[in-house]
Design a protein around this ligand. Structure first.
Ligand code: NI
Length: 256
């Protein structure tokens, strides 16, 4: 990771449908981009484990996404533990968190599973990659109360500048994705322009949320350069400065 141009902290490159995965990986390699791939479910953490073992410059997270919180069990934690023990390229817990946008009917289960995974990350002293959608207040309350020692990343940040400041007060990092390139993303542009670079990370969350100029097509990890360029533009600085600062933050978070 140290020698890469950019570290993309959240890419589901293993799930691309329209772009051949080998091609997407080659494109990322050509631009010297390292990638961290999140897990989302009980099954897919094993796929991520295999995928990162097979590919250079690719790292992974294990965790259960809020949508699948009902599937989470003690067995899940045992599986996560054994994957981490056996694969040094699994470097964090994610994506975990709360999503009240699609379905709020099992909010309590989502919270319970989020807390369990925070405690687990704390035990192993691993960073947390957090999915938070329409659950800003609850996510922060839970982190305040339960997170003791894990670095936390708000992935694909979608909150206001005010919320970003609240996060930063707690030492939480803000990861910015392709939405920042959209013309109408006024709130996110404000965040990208004004938060301290020391708290910023870059990602794509591909295959979703493709940045301009490829909006409408399938996203891929190398497009993180468009995210970086847009942020540099907004801040009136160079892409190299944004790439380098976000890389330094990522290396610090992951203890590398
Ligand atoms: Ni994701």
């Amino acid at each position: 990771m140290q020698n890469s141009y950019i570290i993309n902290t959240h890419s589901h490159v293993n799930t691309l449908k329209q772009t051949p995965i080998d091609q997407a990986l080659a494109n990322a390699k050509e631009k010297n981009i390292s990638i961290i791939v999140p897990s989302s479910s009980n099954d897919d953490m094993f796929e991520v484990d295999e995928f990162v073992k097979q590919n250079d410059g690719i790292y992974g997270y294990v965790g259960v996404y809020p949508e699948f919180a009902k599937d989470f069990s003690d067995k899940t934690l045992l599986n996560m533990e054994s994957i981490i023990k056996n694969n040094p390229k699994i470097i964090g817990i994610g994506e975990v968190g709360l999503d009240f946008y699609w379905d709020k009917s099992f909010a309590d289960i989502q919270k319970e599973v989020f807390i369990k995974q925070i405690k687990f990350a704390n035990e192993l002293n691993l960073p947390l990659n957090i999915h938070c959608r329409d659950a800003y207040f609850d996510t922060l309350e839970i982190l305040k109360k339960y997170n003791k020692n894990s670095n936390a990343i708000m992935h694909c940040f979608s909150g206001s500048f005010e919320f970003a400041k609240e996060c930063i007060k707690l030492g939480i990092y803000i990861s910015i994705g392709g939405v920042v390139t959209f013309k109408n993303a006024v709130k996110l542009k404000e965040v990208a322009k004004n938060i301290p670079l020391e708290y910023m990370l870059l990602e794509t969350d591909d295959p979703y949320l493709t940045p301009v100029p490829y909006r409408g097509k399938e996203n891929q990890p190398s497009y993180v350069t468009y995210v970086c360029d847009e942020i540099a533009n907004l801040r009136n600085t160079s892409s190299e400065i944004v790439a380098n600062a976000t890389k330094t933050n990522t290396l610090k978070i992951f203890g590398r």
